[in-house]
Design a protein around this ligand. Structure first.
Ligand code: F0G
Length: 431
């Protein structure tokens, strides 16, 4: 087989079907790697991928499997797909004004089948679960991974369990997981506690773990870099900015762009910048510490952006590689900055969930600080759909959003509903 799993710390090699989530020798994270380079010319690959867009083959309809030359499966693999990927890359004039950055584009991963970027990884992880003959799949989640796994497990007819922090997941995400038939276990404790529990539970191999520590998730998510490069006619932006929680997605973008560069499909890397919520920002603190020596978890992560309320991100070594090898950075933004940026993205007619808005908040800050120049091109990755957390939106627009520290968040771009009597005169007076 052309592919192997390799430990990023001690470089030990393992077969693809070794049901491992971390290196059995040193505990390091694993990458799926190709033994030799892709032989095809960049131009013929580009042509092939473009041609597949007009095909009716399920593998070609998927924005992930369309790039299957870079995925660790035989060409005739029986995929588990919901036609994920193929998400829009938007111009966003209001967000661009807000950031003082004319060349801003938003890649909306919230337009995936279950409303988040997780689907691009889940199609590959659940396909691998089926290849391995797994009888049960599971994950810990702040909500989106749960919704995504539940959907793909349902498609594959595989029983699945998800472990979520009780009372801390938005209703929309919970509703999805329930509707898709997952066994939903709400435990007392935050996401980090859920993650520890699931890792212990899956250690003996009887249950297949599909959190992003599983390298097959990263394989799927890396294809977003391919799709984005294609949408930009293979010219990479100066900066790519994305939210950071468990740090799988930052790792995936790093790997995707690295493989594109190695294959001659692009000629340089974008700087990858990760943005965290200030109350859940262990990676930003690690980055700010000049020596980058010890990674210190945040014991009590706090943010209203519940998707990224994570204090012990498992994939930080891979994300660190992505940031350092591209000359990017890691920053944190406040609850107020996230809320305002989210409302501005909404005014572009796009919308996203709170975690995704860290990107525009972060870009505004980076432009203000001169780290990003006004003349540079930037793509922000919106990771989740607006409808993932409507309580947050309604509270912001009715000026009743309260940060975890008890501070009221100002509705600087609030658009509150107006109560009016059912008379035409009264309604006309308001228009
Ligand atoms: N944005 C959204 C909407 C998310 O749901 C997540 C993570 C992230 C950003 C951060 O991505 O973890 O790869 O750094 N959500 C996970 C979940 C943790 O369980 O749904 P990351």
């Amino acid at each position: 087989m052309t592919y192997i799993q390799r430990c990023i710390a001690c470089h030990a090699e393992f077969d693809l079907d070794a049901r491992l989530y971390v290196c059995s020798q040193c505990g390091g994270l694993l990458d799926v790697d190709r033994r030799e380079k892709i032989a095809s010319e960049p131009s013929s690959l580009r042509e092939l991928w473009l041609k597949r867009k007009s095909s009716l083959d399920a593998r070609d309809r998927s924005g992930v499997w369309r790039f299957r030359e870079f995925l660790p499966f035989p060409d005739d693999v029986d995929i588990v797909s919901l036609a994920e990927g193929n998400t829009p890359l938007y111009d966003a004039p209001r967000s661009a004004d807000y950031c003082h950055l004319p060349q801003l584009k938003l890649k909306h991963q919230g337009c995936n089948p279950t409303g988040s970027f997780k689907d691009t990884g889940m199609t590959v992880a659940v396909t691998q679960a089926r290849q391995l003959g797994a009888r049960f799949v599971a994950c810990a989640s702040t909500g989106n991974t749960a919704a995504s796994l539940a959907a793909y497990a349902a498609r594959a007819d595989l029983p699945c369990a998800i472990i979520v922090p009780g009372g801390q997941v938005s209703n929309a995400k919970l509703a999805q997981a329930l509707d898709y038939g997952a066994k939903v276990l709400e435990i007392e404790g935050n996401f980090d506690v859920c993650m520890n529990v699931i890792r212990e539970l899956t250690e003996d191999g009887s249950v297949y773990l599909v959190n992003s520590i599983n390298p097959f998730r990263i394989e799927g998510q890396k294809t977003v870099a391919f799709e984005l490069a294609e949408q930009l006619e293979w010219r990479v932006p100066d900066h790519l900015v994305l939210p950071g929680g468990n740090l799988g997605n930052s790792s995936a973008f790093g790997k995707g762009f690295r493989e594109l560069l190695q294959s001659g499909l692009i000629d340089r890397l974008p700087r990858i910048t990760v943005v965290q919520a200030a109350g859940a920002a262990p990676f930003a603190r690690f980055y700010a510490n000049d020596e980058h020596s010890a990674f210190v978890n945040e014991e009590h992560p706090k943010t209203l952006a519940s998707a990224i309320k994570i204090g012990a991100p498992v994939s930080w070594p891979k994300a660190w590689r992505a940031v350092s090898e591209t000359g990017g950075g890691v920053i944190a933004v406040t609850e107020q900055e996230i809320a305002d940026a989210k409302a501005v993205i909404g005014r572009d007619g796009i919308g996203c969930e709170p975690a995704s808005a860290t990107t525009v908040a972060g870009i505004r800050k980076l432009v203000h600080e001169g780290v990003v120049k006004e003349s540079e091109s930037v793509v922000a990755v919106l990771t989740g759909h607006l409808l993932k957390d409507t309580d947050y939106v309604i509270n912001y627009h009715s000026n009743s959003l309260v940060a975890p520290d008890g501070a009221r968040i100002a509705g600087n771009f609030a658009n509150a509903p107006i109560r009016v009597s059912a008379s035409l005169d009264a309604i006309r007076a308001l228009l």
